[in-house]
Ligand binder design. Structure first.
Ligand code: COA
Length: 318
């Protein structure tokens, strides 16, 4: 992927929001439903509980509304809505439905890049800003419980539901995005897939092995484009699939785990929502200051990978 051309109009994230279904499903409850245990799930994944329920459109409206409120923007001022989801409620028009419920009138489209979807959408959002949009709402939402086979202990403990959103506003100057990388390798489609109307099917060990490799590869490309090294990264916001994958990727990148945003213990793998959920948690806990370099990195079915480096606040100091 090319580096960002000098002079490209940039943006900054000015608001964020999340939505999680009310129903908590713990590992202990799962162990009553299938042949598994809390100990096994925690040791192999780091997940303790997850949230189940809601619709993709409903959760998106909730997180999107929060992000708009935090940005202090009337919905009518948004120029574009990008909704990342791999579990749409409808064959088409999911983003348009969210747009309508939020009272917006702008271009609205869905992006499906599986668990890399939010970073794909974030890069698309910056692309719209570069082409003249002033305010873009980017939402990542998935309701994976609807395509999870609850008789398959190899996948059921992993996947869950949620949503996260950010508002990007254009600024004078280059803005926050310093480097990005979008990747896909369709030859690996079979190791993690779901047919339309079917359940998630996965070769867990192979996905694990490939995931670490493609995360590291993509993150290194984004850091190279941004002209930074792992030592410069204040916070890495990785896809929340398995804490062991995050740990292995961080080790290879040379980023200490203390600098990783991790929420999967409470959320499980929420696909397109996982990165904005982890970002919002880090922001709400004061882990990011203006000027900090934040590395986003996702991977997922396809297999897809996506990463980007953001200077929080777009270079404006506190
Ligand atoms: N509870 C208890 N035992 C289970 C189990 C469960 N939920 N699921 C599998 N096992 C058993 C297996 O049957 C196997 O038993 P055996 O040794 O008697 O054959 C044993 O645990 C080990 O299984 P294995 O699949 O080798 O475990 P693992 O360490 O690879 O962990 C995953 C399995 C799925 C947690 C792990 O491979 C993984 O996270 N892969 C990546 C998945 C992912 O991130 N997908 C989304 C990408 S976006």
């Amino acid at each position: 992927m090319p580096a960002i051309r000098p002079g490209t109009k940039g943006g900054v994230i000015s608001g964020w929001g999340i939505a999680l279904p009310e129903k908590v499903l713990t590992n202990h409850e799962l162990a009553e439903m299938m042949d598994t245990s809390d100990e096994w799930i925690v040791a192999r994944t780091g997940i303790h509980e997850r949230r189940i329920g809601g619709s993709t459109i409903g959760l998106s409206v909730e997180s999107g509304r929060q992000a708009l409120e935090m940005a202090g923007l009337d919905p009518s001022r948004i120029d574009g809505l990008v909704l990342a989801t791999t579990t749409p409620d409808k064959q088409w028009g999911n983003a348009a439905a969210v747009q309508n419920e939020l009272g917006m009138r702008c271009g609205a489209f869905d992006v499906n890049a599986a668990c890399s979807g939010f970073v794909y959408a974030l890069v698309c959002g910056h692309g719209l800003i570069a082409m003249g949009a002033d305010r873009v709402l980017v939402i990542g939402t998935d309701t994976l419980s609807r395509i999870t086979d609850w008789d398959d202990r190899g996948t059921a403990p992993l996947f869950a539901d949620g949503s996260g959103a950010v508002v990007i506003e254009s600024v004078d100057g280059p803005g926050q995005l310093l480097g990005w990388d979008l990747d896909a390798d369709g030859s690996l489609l079979s190791i993690l897939q779901a047919e339309v109307g079917g359940y998630i099917r996965m070769e867990g060990k192979e996905v694990f092995r490939r995931a670490v490799r493609i995360m590291v590869d993509s993150a290194e490309k984004s850091m190279a484009h941004a002209g930074i090294s792992a030592d410069d990264v204040a916070l890495i916001v990785p896809h929340q699939a398995n804490v062991r994958i995050i740990d292995a990727a961080c080790q290879r990148l040379g980023i200490p785990m203390e600098r990783a945003a991790v929420v999967l213990d409470k959320t499980g793998n929420t696909s397109s929502a996982s990165i904005p959920l982890a970002l919002a948690d880090a922001l709400d806990n004061g882990r990011v200051a203006n000027g900090d370099l934040v590395l986003f990195v996702g991977f997922g079915g396809g297999m897809t990978a996506a990463s980007c480096v953001v200077r929080w606040g777009g270079g404006v100091d506190d």
